[in-house]
Design a protein around this ligand. Sequence first.
Ligand SMILES: *[C@@H]1O[C@H](CO)[C@@H](O)[C@H](O)[C@H]1NC(C)=O
Ligand SMILES: *[C@@H]1O[C@H](CO)[C@@H](O)[C@H](O)[C@H]1NC(C)=O
Ligand SMILES: *[C@@H]1O[C@H](CO)[C@@H](O)[C@H](O)[C@H]1NC(C)=O
Ligand SMILES: *[C@@H]1O[C@H](CO)[C@@H](O)[C@H](O)[C@H]1NC(C)=O
Length: 440
Amino acid sequence: MSSSSSILLSLIFSLFLSISPNTARTSGKLRALVLPVTKDRSTGQYLTAIGQKTPLRPVKLTLDIGGKALWVACDRAEYNSSTYRPAQCNSPQCKLAKSKSCDNCWDGPRPGCNDKTCSNVVYNTVERSAQIGELATDVVAFQSTDGANPGRNIRAPSFLFSCGSLFLGEKLANGARGIAGFGRSDISLPSLLSSALGISKKFTICLTSSSKGVLFLGDGPYVMQPGRIISDRLSYTPLLVNPVSTAYPIFENFPDQSWPSMEYFIGVESVKVNGKIVELSPELLKINAKGNGGTKISTVVPYTVLHTSLYNAITKAFTKSISKVPRVKPVSPFGTCYKASSLGSTRLGAGVPPIEFVLRNNVTWTFFGANSMIYVNNSEVACLAFVDGGKKPRTSIVIGGHQLEDNLLEFDIVRSRLGFSNTLLGRQTTCANFNFTSKV
Ligand SMILES: *[C@@H]1O[C@H](CO)[C@@H](O)[C@H](O)[C@H]1NC(C)=O
Ligand SMILES: *[C@@H]1O[C@H](CO)[C@@H](O)[C@H](O)[C@H]1NC(C)=O
Ligand SMILES: *[C@@H]1O[C@H](CO)[C@@H](O)[C@H](O)[C@H]1NC(C)=O
Ligand SMILES: *[C@@H]1O[C@H](CO)[C@@H](O)[C@H](O)[C@H]1NC(C)=O
């Protein structure tokens, strides 16, 4: 980090984001925050909730781990808060967001529409759109955690966010009023909360399709009932920086397009099905000079999406490995389906051969039935839960939500490494087993 940006960060810390006195006085160093994460059935999106505004209200947000910032709907009369402060042109907030704009708004003043403020471009990864929102600060609130239960409430009084419009975001899950961005940017939630609250710049997701999963910001341990300290036994692989922006090129020559990608990439070096290496083009597995190819992790894609050639090779190896099981007519968007009863079920899901992503140093991430198969048609049909992404996708492998569920994933931004647990079902627990009963 350059010295000017660290000075800027400490300035932001002391001026805008310091912990309010009544929470700072409570004993014990804050180690981590905890957020609930639920899955929206109809969209496959994962939703989280934070407290925001004065008076404090819960705000439901779609979780986008590769997202740039927090953005919240500020459509007319929607946003009402006595502590809302638009970011004045050329203020440290505008600089942190790398925003050089200085805008007036004919329709205000109101949240999202004030004169002499800077704006921020926010990406709606779900909608595949971008929009300009007023940059602003307001109170946000979270629950702290010791890793096993939620604890006292923590406030960041002047948290930077983008005041956007849901006009363009109608593809968000029902009830979602914005996007919580956890990407590699100076204004994402992990970056701002780390400087505001002194917690480590890392976050951990544990998603589930049933009831309530969990997201931690800061350091472990992370404990799932019954008393499993999941953070003890993680495998690690480097997080790779794609040097080319993968944000949507909505605006020609827009500055964001010259930044490295804010999304989290890992290096898949080969794929095994039933223990055997599948022949795949090494070129597709690498991130090339134009930023194409490689493997990223996404919480806004419900199923892993593969370049056609990878999809065909993996599907072929998979169907070959269980060629004796009769296939049934595929259910869109999947291409390979079986009668569920003919596969049987195991503790790790449908009884199918494992699919392994082999990462650097032969560290492997293994997908058993619970993550590789999806039950459809009233659970009568089980399909291979991978989707054909066509012949020219930007990224060759996008590991999506279904493959992430019941796996604990720790994104350590400073060390640039991913810690992952592999399926928790093998350890007799799930991501739905965090004890959300508060212990203050
Ligand atoms: C905003 O909230 C205040 C106090 O809670 C209330 O008096 C006011 O009418 C609200 N304004 C709008 C536009 O809803
Ligand atoms: C699944 O259900 C859909 C709609 O009910 C039906 O059209 C399709 O044939 C079913 N597929 C299989 C393989 O049973
Ligand atoms: C990885 O495993 C393969 C066999 O599965 C072996 O041939 C190769 O040497 C191993 N590579 C490393 C770096 O350990
Ligand atoms: C959850 O945590 C609460 C508070 O510590 C505790 O009383 C309760 O027994 C825990 N529940 C389970 C199932 O362990």
